[in-house]
Design a protein around this ligand. Structure first.
Ligand code: PLP
Length: 448
């Protein structure tokens, strides 16, 4: 029975990013099955998952081929590592496939179990690179406020989430943050493009302030995901690209959310024409069916790192079962032309519906790239005005309305975000839209 499961859950299970005391009062929703874009809970309710789990189930739920691939691999070789001069076929095949898919000369993969671990690897990779280049003082990594790069001490330090930094002594040394290109909240009277340029130039100012000889790398998500699907003004990335090309620093592009079709191309790097030295991947790499991530590294960086032993590695780096599942996921993405489906069908239709939400009195702006979208809830459409209630109170309430209406939408402060499975049909998007409108209407009625 659901109540029994909820009681056991609250008694023994510590949930991520949750106040367990609150969970003990309310009871968590117990998800028991999923198929396509729909979850089923222990009461038999069907819920449209417009978040693809945690931005990861790109091919949708319930694909038997991935279960078969996992079972086959478990029977053949459930585990072996790639330390100390050994290797195995799934890791070889997956690294080879990623080198083929990743743009430019990103031809080398260091595997991890997820995005946080991969970003921890990146901290060590870039510092080691400069050490081997004879510039060991280049250790500082520049990131951005309100970025999300994971939850380990390294990942959360790279991230710019104040709430996380406040718990546990982060950031670790030599990680600094510049401002984000979030025009809606922080643009003031500036025109968005002028604001985008100004925010990009903060990178140059920070390099000058620290001294180029101290800066190892800049890290950023093409579009901030967990920060609220913050789509940068068009002026932002070209200016960052110019600065990275002119300055002797490495660029790490965190594609954990934007990778594998989410933006309508294979990688956000292609959507924004970026030239990363390292790309972080996870989530959509296996569509969340198995925990796997990695750092995809350029020829230039890999050559230097490979000169001597790189004293770094995880027991599950390139785990054979996870790698086999990821390979099968990539096969499906390719053979079923899911990235084309995003570009030609799902994203244009979601954009059409999503922008209709901008007419709602509760909505200040709508933003969308590919299959990731956000909208700002506002107390007054005309002036980008925040609510009087503490930030996030209204967003949380709207998220609860969505949940009650069997729609998974997430809130980031008072911004609502979606990141649906890429395989959504137009009919699925119609359901998403209807439930979103209903939830916004209900939320608005409560605030008015
Ligand atoms: N980087 C980005 C951009 C992410 O969105 C996330 C997770 O949401 C991570 C890194 C961390 O990945 P993981 O949760 O797999 O450790």
């Amino acid at each position: 029975p659901t109540a029994e499961l909820q009681a056991l859950d609250a008694a023994h299970h510590m949930h991520p990013f949750t106040a367990n005391a609150e969970l003990a009062k309310k009871g968590a929703r117990v998800i028991t099955r999923a198929s396509g874009v729909t979850l089923t809970d222990s009461e038999g309710e069907e819920i449209l998952d417009a978040m693809a789990g945690l931005w990861c189930v790109n091919i949708g739920y319930g694909r038997d081929e991935l279960a078969e691939a996992a079972a086959r691999q478990m029977r053949e070789l459930p585990y072996y590592n790639t330390f100390f001069m050994s290797t195995h076929v799934p890791a070889i095949a997956l690294a080879d496939k990623l080198a083929e898919l990743a743009p430019g000369d990103l031809n080398h993969v260091f595997f991890a179990s997820g995005g946080s671990e991969a970003n921890d690897t990146n901290i060590r990779l870039v510092r080691r690179y400069w050490e081997l280049m004879g510039q060991p003082e280049k250790t500082v990594i520049i990131s951005r406020k309100n970025a999300y790069h994971g939850t380990t001490m390294g990942g959360a330090s790279l991230g710019g989430m104040q709430g996380m930094h406040a718990q546990g002594g982060m950031p670790i040394p030599d990680i600094v943050h510049i401002n984000q290109p979030h025009w809606y909240l922080e643009g003031g009277d500036m025109d968005p493009e002028e604001f985008g340029l100004a925010r990009a130039r903060e990178l140059e100012q920070k390099i000058d302030e620290l001294g180029e000889g101290r800066v190892a790398a800049f890290i950023a998500e093409p579009i901030q995901g967990a920060g609220g699907v913050i789509v940068p003004p068009d002026s932002y990335w070209p200016e960052i690209t110019r600065i990275c090309a002119e300055r002797d620093i490495l660029l790490i592009v965190d594609e954990v959310i934007t990778g594998f079709g989410r933006t309508g191309k294979w990688f956000g790097t292609q959507t924004y024409d970026l030239k990363p030295d390292i790309m972080t991947v996870a989530k959509g790499l296996s569509s969340g069916y198995a925990p796997i991530g990695g750092s995809i590294v350029s020829d230039k960086v890999a050559e230097v790192i490979g000169r001597e032993e790189f004293a770094h590695g995880y027991t599950y780096s390139g785990h054979p079962v996870a790698a086999a599942v990821a390979l099968e996921n990539l096969r499906i993405l390719e053979e079923e032309k899911i990235v084309d489906h995003v570009r030609d069908v799902a994203a244009p239709y979601l954009a059409e519906k999503w922008h209709q939400l901008a007419d709602h009195p509760f909505v200040g702006e709508t933003k969308i790239v590919g299959m990731m979208a956000s909208l700002a809830l506002t107390a007054d459409k005309s002036v980008r005005k925040p609510f009087e209630a503490p930030a996030g109170t209204v967003g949380y309430m709207v998220r609860e309305r969505c949940f009650a209406n069997n729609l998974i939408m997430r809130h980031v402060g008072d911004r609502m975000v979606v990141s649906p499975p890429l395989v959504m049909t137009k009919a699925d998007i119609d359901v998403l839209y209807e439930r979103a409108v209903k939830s916004l209407d209900e939320g608005y009625a409560r605030v008015k």
